[in-house]
Design a protein. Structure first.
Length: 135
């Protein structure tokens, strides 16, 4: 039940005065928190927050929608997921959680089968061997 101050009708128009939070909003917030915790040297907490962020993905967003907004939003979210998964895998290697990183890369490949970055990380022995990384 939505309280009347948030949902009401005037002159045959329905108004909604609340806010909505999407999985994407929660993903962004969790990812930001994880990155900040990681920078602060709190890997155990960061790792847990990264896991919470990745758990939100159950498949490709807007998979059966093909309007321009859905296409653009899907592409943006998938690009962010791919970059976050690659970064997470690199951080896992640095922090000795290689298995966690591999698990997320594999899950990301199920959602984005064409991700060369994820494929490259899965086949690479260490972050130092990868282009664009230092370690």
């Amino acid at each position: 039940q939505i309280p009347p101050q948030y949902l009401y009708v005037r002159r045959n128009v329905i108004y909604y005065a609340g806010t909505t939070i999407s999985d994407d909003d929660i993903f962004q917030e969790s990812l930001s928190l994880a990155q900040n915790l990681d920078r602060a040297g709190e890997w155990a907490y960061a790792n847990r927050e990264y896991q919470n962020a990745f758990r939100l993905f159950r498949g490709e967003p807007f998979r059966r929608l093909f309007d321009p907004w859905s296409d653009n939003t899907r592409n943006r979210i998938l690009a962010q997921l791919e970059a976050a998964a690659i970064n997470y895998a690199d951080r896992c290697r640095v922090n000795g959680n290689i298995g966690d990183g591999i698990e997320i890369l594999k899950k990301t490949l199920l959602i984005i089968p064409g991700s060369e970055g994820c494929r490259q990380r899965l086949s690479s022995p260490s972050p130092a061997a990868l282009p664009g990384t230092s370690g």
